[in-house]
Design a protein around this ligand. Structure first.
Ligand SMILES: [Fe+2]
Ligand SMILES: [Fe+2]
Length: 273
């Protein structure tokens, strides 16, 4: 049912600073923007890869601690992959988003990994999956690799994402010989990571700055909703057509994270970005 991670949505305090980081640092391109009915700016969409975006919402509100500690329940970080990390690293260094001597760390054989915070404290991982030679020297953004959530109860989280939503379970990532991160197939080669160890509840209003929701693309939003309903899972917002022409529906996961399901319309700005 789920075919990929369509976007990560962030409520922003200072749009200029965030745009500088995501555009000039990470290298994402502005795709389009939406305005509210009164004409005021609402959301800026930056494109990562076909069908994959970050949504930057204006007017985030400081009503919570923005420290994404591993004990804090909820969205923890997301990961963008590149053919090479040299270019984003050089740009992030030039923009003083990372220290001059920052080096990515080796990851899974020939990959490289770097953890950074955006200007408002949101965790972003950037990753080079294979050695540069594998891409013939091409220098580009490949897409979203994963989104990671700290969960309060791994069994409840798996019951929702695996058993009710139907995401296939992949081998877990272990720490000290024990399962640590449960990995689920989000479609499109992307992974939905559920990290054990959440103990602290973090405020999570629609306006709270930082991560506000993550969107999963679906072939058929109505079918996804009916499947969840048939398993007695509550639907927060029933399927409806949004301002962007796409059909969307919303649930909250067992820890209260807002999850949007979206069926992309061929005439939508996302499909034509
Ligand atoms: Fe990660
Ligand atoms: Fe969204």
């Amino acid at each position: 049912m789920v075919t990929g991670i369509a976007h990560n949505a962030v409520n922003v305090l200072n749009m200029d600073k965030m745009l500088d980081f995501y555009q000039n640092g990470l290298g994402l391109k502005k795709a389009f923007e939406l305005h509210r009915e009164d004409g005021s700016p609402w959301i800026i969409y930056l494109k990562i890869a076909p069908g994959a975006f970050v949504e930057l919402f204006y007017d985030g509100v400081v009503d919570r601690d923005q420290n994404y500690a591993p004990s804090q329940i909820g969205f923890n970080h997301w990961c963008i992959t590149y053919t090479k990390l040299q270019s984003p690293l050089a740009r992030l260094t030039a923009g003083a988003y990372v220290k001059a001597d920052t080096k990515p760390v080796p990851f899974h054989g020939d990959g490289l990994n770097l953890w950074i915070d955006d200007p408002e404290g949101n965790g972003v991982e950037i990753r080079q999956l294979k050695g540069e030679a594998a891409y013939g020297g091409r220098d580009e953004i490949l897409g979203i690799d994963h989104a990671a959530f700290v969960v309060s109860d791994i069994n409840k989280a798996l019951d929702f994402y695996r058993d009710k939503l139907g995401m296939k379970e992949l081998p877990p990532i272990e720490k000290d010989g024990k399962p640590w991160i449960s990995c689920l197939d989000a479609g499109n080669g992307q992974v939905w990571e559920l990290m054990r160890g959440g103990t602290q509840v973090r405020a999570n209003t629609w306006q709270s700055y930082g991560s506000t929701h993550v969107c999963l693309a679906c072939d058929d939003v109505f079918a996804t909703v009916e499947t969840l309903r048939s398993k007695n899972y509550p639907i927060m917002i029933e399927p409806n057509v949004g301002a962007d022409k796409n059909t969307q529906a919303w649930v909250t996961d067992p820890d209260g994270n807002r999850i949007e399901f979206m069926q992309i319309h061929p005439d939508s700005p996302q499909a034509n970005a």
